[in-house]
Design a protein around this ligand. Structure first.
Ligand code: PBG
Length: 323
């Protein structure tokens, strides 16, 4: 036999030399849920070991994770019901939860990359990412609000605003609005191929943000479509996106690969709440080894072509990578 592939697998040192894909702290973004209060760490039933954190607790956690290599956080707010309305007005509050959290983070950790979510669902009594009129999610009217929301976040000090709403034309509108206000250096991380997925339910529990009526299928993509992801990615690049996102990740590795091959800007993938919850449930039952499973899954997302991964496993992974 001339060909013996096993020769390259003989020892761990050798396997390290021929390994094609890496996973390091530089590839991870930690998505975190924030809420009002002080000293609050509120567990989330469907997301074991994730918490809704008050600002002081978040600062505490970031301080512990920076020495392990944490580079970036993505913030998601839990807004009390009494602050929600049909116009999602709280999303434009300059001294609201997210702007305050961004300011606190950037004051204490100026080097941390802070990413804020642009969408109305956490603030809307309708639970939709856009404004609702007679049962329809309005596009252009929503985009006007999203641009203002992005500006509020940029003013607070966000490094990247990340529109996750899937309205048409929002990246271009946000870019123009930020530039006109002098925020040319604030980036846009566009959720370009975001699917209408069953894997978001634990996230909606965490924020209490499930749609009151209907579903999100008139704006989020049909899980059966792949070519359409390339169209969305191309439009977002044309409109000025700096980083593209594919979401979810695990059931969409083919999409990550296609988007990676068809674009020349960084591609992020979101290892979403349902993907995390499945692993945690199996681990709790003793059916899977958490560390091995998580590293394999995140490795596969990297292998598919993601430059960075948003994952709730980030705090654990940073510790494991350090050992
Ligand atoms: C909404 C938003 C969602 C997630 C991120 N931003 C949920 C949704 O579209 O309903 C889901 C993230 C996750 O499941 O981890 N703007």
């Amino acid at each position: 036999m001339k060909q013996r592939p096993r020769r390259n697998r003989k020892t761990e040192f050798l396997r390290s030399l021929v390994r094609e894909t890496s996973l390091t702290a530089n590839d991870l973004v930690w998505p975190v849920f924030v809420r009002e209060g002080e000293g609050v760490r509120q567990p989330i039933t469907s997301l074991p070991d994730c918490y809704r954190l008050s600002t002081d607790e978040l600062l505490h956690d970031v301080e512990k994770l920076l020495p392990l290599g944490l580079k970036a956080v993505a913030l998601f707010p839990q807004i009390p019901d009494k602050q929600k309305d049909s116009l999602a007005k709280e999303s434009l509050n300059e001294s609201g939860l997210i702007p305050n959290t961004v300011r606190a983070l950037k004051r204490q950790f100026p080097e941390l990359v802070v990413i804020t979510d642009v969408a109305l669902d956490p603030y809307s009594s309708e639970g939709h990412d856009g404004l609702v009129h007679e049962g329809q999610v309005l596009n252009d009217e929503t985009v006007a609000v999203l641009a203002q929301q992005a500006l509020v976040q940029a003013r607070a000090g966000a490094d990247f605003v990340a529109p996750s709403d899937m309205m048409d034309g929002r990246v271009g509108a946000i870019r123009l609005f930020l530039d006109e206000a002098g925020f040319q250096n604030v980036g846009i991380l566009a959720y370009s191929a975001k699917y209408a997925s069953a894997f978001y339910d634990p996230f909606r529990d965490a924020l209490d943000s499930a749609p009151k009526n209907g579903d999100k299928k008139t704006y989020q993509m049909d899980p059966m479509n792949a070519r359409e992801a390339l169209r969305e990615a191309r439009l977002d690049i044309e409109e000025g996106a700096d980083i593209l996102m594919v979401k979810p990740a695990l059931a969409y590795l083919d999409i990550i690969q296609k988007v990676r091959e068809n674009s020349d800007i960084p591609v992020a993938a979101y290892n979403v709440s349902g993907e995390y919850a499945m692993i945690k449930a199996a681990v709790k039952n003793g059916w899977l080894n958490e560390r091995k499973t998580v590293l394999e899954i995140l490795g596969s997302i990297r292998r598919a072509g993601a430059d960075m991964i948003f994952s709730y496993h980030t705090p654990d992974v940073l510790k494991w990578l350090k050992d």
